[in-house]
Design a binder for this molecule. Sequence first.
Ligand code: GCB
Length: 596
Amino acid sequence: MLRPLTNAFRDCRALDGLWRFAVDAEGVGRDQHWWRGALPGKAEMPVPASYNDIPADAAVRDHVGEVWYQTCAHVPATWGGQRIVLRFGAAAHRATVWVDDQEVVSHVGGYTPFEADVTDLVRLGEANRVTVVVDNRLDWDSIPPGYVEDTPDGPRQRYHHDFFNYAGLHRTVSLYATPAAHITDVTVTTDLDGLAGTVDYEVRASEGERARVALHDAEGTEVARAEGLSGRLRVEDVHPWRPGEGYLYDLRVELLGADEAVVDRYSLNVGVRTVAIDGTDFLINGEPFYFTGFGMHEDHVVRGKGHDDASMVHDFALLEWIGANSLRTSHYPYAEEVLDYADRHGIVVIDETAAVGLNLGIGGGIVSSSTQETYSDETVSARTQEAHRQAIRELVERDKNHPSVVLWSIANEPESHTDAARDYFKPLFAEARALDPSRPVGFVNVMFAPAGECKVAEFSDVVMINRYYGWYVQAGDLAAAERALEAELHEWVRCEGKPIIMTEYGADAQAGVHSAVTQPWTEEYQVELLEMYHRVFDRVEAVVGEQVWNFADFATSAGFARVDGNKKGVFTRDRRPKAAAFSLKRRWNARGDAVE
Ligand code: GCB
């Protein structure tokens, strides 16, 4: 799905700002047709943002069900004759949208964009009412899954993943115009051939068979051109996209009408790079790449999972400060702005679907007391699998052209030691590979399914594992943890012979808690645990990446193992470095592959 943009043929306006807002505590809004007029009450809500923490009201924070948003969208009179589209960057987790009295689109899945062609509905030169109902409920058929428990105090949302179920309009909402005959999609894949690079492109259009493309370098000089809806561009003496540098070309696509007249134009950033696996090496542009960085979360004080550029740029600045070269979009697709930034700055991304919590053995970050089977008709079922397939499709469709994305992660810590898991995942891996043959595909393995017992690892191109030796097991005993970790890594090499990325390792640390004799929860213990892992990584050649859990402290659901959220951040939730940050900064800057 193409991002909207403004150029000579297209125009895009953000509808962000304060919207009217109503919590539908009784669940009556649909029956009462709330979209037909002004929403009840006087509440206002910023867009984009999670609504949960804005009003300082437990009834809003913990509401289970629907909330309503409403705004007025002024449609310029100059857009007459154009195709007009209303687009949502994300609405967690389900949404239905009306323009004035007309329903225009529904979408399921809280982390990917959706849009509606509203050309025939909007009144030009006037303000049009836009109403959205957003439902935060997770069930066994959604990604991520969850279930709602009816209690004497009302419904309670339960789930098996370890981050707070923030909801609302988390990303930008836009209204945009394109020509009636327009470019609907562009796909690029790139390759290197000695000093030259190639860009294979494919253009889709609503009508018309003719297109012209030109590739411009960063200085604006045209370096290749071609005609046709698909083809190959060759760039002699190419400047590759590299980690830490992020050189981008600009692919200008023009759709041609009668008489060669240009009827639509789209510009796409293109980074020319290759990704490959060779034995236990992960290669970018044919050179072994070692991932340093974090599993992160879109999570901030007050705005929750709402995107904002200031927080994003600051987080990237901290990644640069600490010497990280990569991140994983744990545990869902991040805002499109994040991928764009990573492209421009050469940050390497492991891009993950929102398939997290498909494991009834885990609860609140640790072992759960559930006695239900993970894979069954009542829990993770064929219906969940269909939603998961759709989540993979929407992720790849959205992010396929980002050079920063070098690896798809189709799930985090699902149950993977059973035959049911193998049956569930086999077709999903096939789907991801069919959608994008150009990138490796993997999933993130949980410590309950170690090497030799995991029945999904065989489908994965890389071994991505989350391990908590020294924390959830051998807590406080780093010597025993070191032995166990090293033994398991060697076992992965023996069983799979693939590159290993440690996608999570870490310890909770409450900022400001210290001890002379190292104890869990202190800043010193977090440092010592990370340093122990690093000693082991340096002894196991197949380890090609270390991504600490987590970049920053983050909000979770309540539980005895969480102190005002998860405290495994190397930065606090307000982005102040803990002692571990300085230790990582020394290690990663000394490696010399940090982002400049
Ligand atoms: C994990 C999960 C992550 C949790 C983390 C923890 O394995 O992937 O979502 O937050 O452990 O801190 O328990």
